[in-house]
Design a protein around this ligand. Structure first.
Ligand SMILES: NC(=O)c1ccc[n+]([C@@H]2O[C@H](COP(=O)([O-])OP(=O)(O)OC[C@H]3O[C@@H](n4cnc5c(N)ncnc54)[C@H](O)[C@@H]3O)[C@@H](O)[C@H]2O)c1
Length: 254
């Protein structure tokens, strides 16, 4: 039999799942055999409803919840609901995040706080709640969506880069704290992946051209390509990967 990525019987929680990478990851987890997936986004809109339908068609039981991940109780409430319904949480995918292209001098204190709360504080809150359950279980995987910007300093905005670098540090801290309980904590650091978020970054054609010219593979990545890596990392095939930041950049950092 060919080697396959299996998440059979696993329970996963994915934030920011209506669109983009979160959606692709939730669907990939279901395709790999997750028995149950709890998904969150800001609103339960048509995208969320179609996601729920697709997840069910792939054989997963589903919880769909709305809420801003920066608010206390939103990510923890989603995790609590998953554990109450399915008795465990095997995988937490902290995916939700925002970003827009902005200059240092135009970044207001309010924008700084907002970005850090959505992108970074939500990861801290999710890690704490999921870690509490996973510690009892003696197993679990927490994957945090960082970014290449968190490694390079980026060119999107100071708030964005700092939030993503913070996720990389928090991931290492989580791996050190939770490793002894059989919990792995990993950061994903994609380069330029084709999503609505990237469209909002690439509105200036000159900026887009410069960035594209710097990618050795000559193209942006697809959400599917990131989801494949996330599924592998969540699976037992990656059983010794923890504390690490996995870059997915088409060679951009070569
Ligand atoms: N697209 C890229 O090139 C790229 C590269 C590196 C990292 N990332 C990161 O990947 C993650 C997903 O980005 P994407 O490109 O798929 O973006 P996207 O905008 O396509 O999707 C993000 C999803 O998160 C949801 N969301 C936003 N704020 C939220 C909040 N406060 N609470 C709950 N849900 C919220 C959105 O509604 C949307 O459905 C983000 O953390 C982003 O920073 C993106």
């Amino acid at each position: 039999m060919a080697l396959e990525i299996s998440l059979a019987g696993k329970v996963a929680v994915v934030t920011g799942a209506a669109r983009g990478m979160g959606r692709a990851i939730a669907l990939k987890f279901a395709e790999a055999g997750c028995s149950a997936i709890a998904v969150n986004d800001l609103r339960i809109d048509d995208d969320m409803r179609s996601l729920e339908k697709e997840l069910r068609e792939l054989g997963a039981d589903v919880i769909v919840a709305e809420g801003d991940v920066s608010e206390s109780g939103v990510v923890s409430g989603l995790i609590d609901a998953a554990v109450a319904k399915w008795g465990k949480i095997d995988i937490l995918m902290n995916n939700a995040g925002i970003g827009r292209k902005i200059d240092l001098f135009d970044t207001t204190d309010e924008q700084w706080d907002r970005t850090l709360e959505i992108n970074l504080k939500s990861v801290f809150m999710g890690m704490k709640t999921a870690g509490t359950y996973m510690k009892e279980q003696g197993s679990g995987v927490i994957i945090n969506m960082a970014s290449m910007s968190g490694v390079t300093g980026g060119s999107q905005g100071p708030d964005y880069s700092a939030s993503k670098a913070g996720i990389i540090a928090l991931t290492k801290f989580g791996a050190k704290t939770l490793g002894k309980y059989g919990i792995r904590v990993i950061a994903l650091a994609p380069g330029y992946i084709q999503t609505e978020l990237l469209d909002s970054l690439f509105t200036d054609p000159k900026f887009k051209e410069e960035r594209m010219a710097a990618i050795p593979m000559g193209r942006t990545g697809t959400v599917e390509e990131v989801a494949n890596v996330a599924a592998f990392l969540a699976s037992d095939l990656a059983s010794y990967v923890s504390g690490d930041t996995i870059l997915i950049t088409g060679g951009r950092l070569s």
